[in-house]
Unconditional design. Structure first.
Length: 173
């Protein structure tokens, strides 16, 4: 089974916008080339959980004409869309997903950001390890400049990976 992790990075989203985005992502996660309709969401929730949410209620939530949702509905939608129930609320004005604590040193800020990235991508061992190693590297700025140049050369990443994998298999023999 493959998992796709998506971070919804839009700020100041209201509940209706979040439900709309989640319907779109859920349809694509299920192999459709489109989002789920509200009607499909209602039917799938019932089929998969045995619980019901009405189409008019879901429509009111998405349109924003219903200001509040019951805790039961929030938990049901969170379970169906595989999100934390706390996500299913309007974001406060000037909301930002991450902390905005200023750091004095640029290098310290970059290292902190990279460690945060390692934690966020802990489900992806390769990405988490890359972030962690880069955060701990004493010359992370040089490494990032080198990476920028490697990525600018077409095909270089593939050639380097091929060379590294060839050397690794030769050493293990």
């Amino acid at each position: 089974m493959h998992y796709i992790y998506v971070q919804i990075a839009n700020t100041n989203m209201n509940l209706g916008e979040k439900i709309s985005v989640l319907r779109d992502l859920e349809g694509r996660r299920r192999g459709l080339d489109r989002g789920l309709t509200k009607s499909e969401v209602v039917k799938l929730i019932h089929a998969e959980t045995g619980k019901r949410i009405s189409l008019p209620y879901l429509s009111q939530l998405e349109r924003g004409t219903r200001a509040h949702m019951t805790n039961t509905s929030r938990l049901l939608l969170a379970r169906f869309f595989r999100v934390h129930p706390g996500f299913l609320v309007d974001d406060p004005e000037d909301f930002h997903e991450h902390l905005a604590t200023p750091l004095t040193e640029r290098e310290h800020a970059l290292a902190s950001w990279l460690r945060f990235g390692a934690a966020r991508f802990r489900h992806d061992r390769v990405a988490a390890e890359a972030f962690s190693r880069l955060a701990a590297h004493p010359e992370r700025d040089k490494v990032l400049r080198l990476l920028r140049h490697v990525l600018a050369v077409p095909g270089l990443v593939d050639r380097l990976l091929h060379t590294l994998e060839t050397k690794r298999t030769t050493r293990t023999r």
